[in-house]
Design a protein around this ligand. Structure first.
Ligand SMILES: [Zn+2]
Length: 197
């Protein structure tokens, strides 16, 4: 089943003429098609990558300094840039948001968010602490960055339900030795702890 999402587009980004919403020949979904140059403007999901970063049994969490979800907690994650690999993007986001150098140890989870047309690719990694510089520090997108014990994860103050899903699974299986990839479908944007907020 495909979740219907309305993206609005009025003008062709190539030539500036108006666009129409039609099903192109051979296709099965409506696309914005330029009335002048014929360009078909496909709109597809965006990929978000991030990392669950561990250090001596604790996890690295960031408190967001930007909207959406200003002031709430998350793992380092963000949209991929063109030309990056998913792992490069996860490392870049971890650096930008937490100024943390991390050694990724593998893929942790894959999450479909059809309501947002997003896919989350979450890695697992270890903080690299050289003993000289601070191992982490809030980047411009974070109010604070902390290592927290799994028992002290602020479930009531997590920014996104996808982060809650990944962390709950992490806590449930952290002692089991299960290294299989966690796959889940996330159906709403907010943590279940904050209904309607
Ligand atoms: Zn055009």
């Amino acid at each position: 089943m495909i979740t219907k999402i309305k993206f609005t587009m009025k003008y062709c980004s190539l030539c500036g003429a108006g666009v129409d919403l039609v099903v192109p020949p051979g296709d099965h979904l409506e696309r914005h098609v330029c009335l002048a140059c014929g360009q078909i403007h496909y709109q597809n999901p965006k990929v978000v990558t991030g990392a669950i970063v561990e250090h001596q049994g604790q996890l690295l969490l960031c408190r967001r300094a930007i909207e959406p979800r200003y002031g709430l907690w998350t793992i380092p994650a963000g949209f991929m840039e063109n030309g990056e690999t998913t792992a490069e993007a996860a490392l870049r986001e971890t650096w930008e948001e937490a100024q943390a150098r991390v050694a990724l140890s593998g893929l942790y989870g894959l999450y479909s968010l059809p309501f947002a047309s997003q896919v989350y690719v979450i890695y697992r990694g270890e903080l690299v602490d050289d003993g000289k510089s601070p191992p982490f520090f809030p980047g411009p997108e974070s109010l604070e960055v902390e290592l927290v014990d799994p028992e002290e994860i602020p479930w009531e103050e997590l920014a996104f339900s996808v982060v809650e899903s990944a962390l709950r699974h992490y806590c449930d299986k952290s002692n089991s030795g299960d290294l299989s990839i966690h796959e889940a479908v996330i159906t709403s944007p907010r943590s279940s702890n904050r209904p309607g907020d």
